[in-house]
Write a protein of this length. Structure first.
Length: 329
């Protein structure tokens, strides 16, 4: 019997303390399943290895799907998982960042999932480039890495030699992207069907919740934010907001944008859409009724805004996320 062919490529997963092991184990399983489908189609498998920092400062495989190969191959793609207990600070990230910079210089593709983007950004390689991470970490990421073009609406951003994926379970989307890249679309679709994973159409903004900035230190703007929340932002003009804190309208708009990173109108839109999402999930009101209840007399304009902010129409959002009691609406 002839020897089995070498795997088409090796994927290395870079582990660090308390990182998300479900991604490491789950991706290993996904790649194994994809490899079997690839063999069924006459193709090759993929090698997956997990690497850990060693006392001497280097990195070595701690798990390997093809241990018999030893150093016959090296990872062409390096993945960094997230962590459930918070993101690594600069000091913790430093040795991993140095390792990744060297691997990238040797031609490897780098990828991250969730908060792993903080380790990837610590390399400096994301400067001026698009990337995503978990929407929960968006403000923290922008503060630490202001030169990265962060887009937390996206589940996966494939920028060629660097790929970033959004929060937690976005590793499934990242894994399918790698299977597609390395083994082709037919194997990717076979794998997605077998694992019951939606292979297209997901975006992070379908799931993300509006999290207003409240710790900016501008007491006047915070007072307006609380006032808006209490009124659910219904029928409120910028002039009314400014009047609440005795400011000239232009000054108010400037300070509001500086504190919240949004214009007052954008902020109100997000508040209204957040309330509309609750109604779609938990009530049987029609879309027109919901539009009216959150302050929009023009239901068509509301639908357009909702789709822009959420990425789904109100009807599609209800179909996906409504509680059973609201499904009949």
């Amino acid at each position: 019997m002839p020897p089995a062919p070498l795997p088409k490529a090796e994927i290395g997963i870079l582990l660090y303390p308390r990182c998300q092991l479900s991604m490491a184990y789950g991706l290993t399983d996904m790649i194994a399943i994809a490899g079997q489908f690839s063999i069924d189609h006459g193709g090759q498998t993929l090698r997956v290895s997990r690497w850990e920092h060693q006392p001497d400062g280097g990195f070595a495989r701690s798990h390997d799907t093809h241990p018999e190969l030893g150093d016959a191959t090296r990872p062409e793609i390096w993945l960094v998982p997230g962590r459930l207990t918070g993101v690594p600070d600069a000091q913790e990230a430093a040795p991993y960042a140095r390792w990744l910079v060297d691997r990238h210089a040797q031609g490897a593709t780098l990828a991250s999932n969730c908060g792993g983007a903080f380790l990837l950004a610590a390399t400096g390689l994301l400067s001026g480039r698009p990337a995503t991470t978990h929407w929960w970490f968006a403000d923290q990421f922008r503060t630490r890495f202001p030169d990265v073009k962060l887009d937390c609406d996206r589940i996966v951003i494939d920028d060629g030699d660097i790929i970033t994926a959004g929060g937690l379970m976005a590793w499934t989307d990242l894994g399918l992207r790698l299977v597609d890249r390395l083994l082709g679309p037919t194997v990717m679709l076979d794998t997605a069907k077998f694992l019951l994973i939606d292979s297209a159409g997901r975006e992070q903004k379908h799931f993300a919740r509006f999290m207003p900035r409240l710790t900016h230190g501008d007491e006047a703007i915070l007072k307006v934010q609380h006032w808006l929340a209490a009124r659910e932002a219904k029928a409120i003009s910028v002039g009314e907001m400014a009047t609440q804190v005795g400011m000239e309208e232009r000054t108010f708009q400037r300070r509001f944008k500086a504190a919240t990173a949004m214009t007052p109108i954008e902020y109100v839109q997000h508040l209204r859409v957040t309330k509309a999402r609750e109604h779609l999930e938990f009530t049987r009101r029609t879309v027109d009724q919901i539009a009216w209840s959150v302050g929009y007399e023009d239901a068509a304009a509301f639908r357009k805004l909702f789709h822009r902010l959420v990425g789904l129409s109100p009807g599609d959002y209800r179909s996906r996320f409504a509680a059973p009691a609201a499904q009949a609406a």
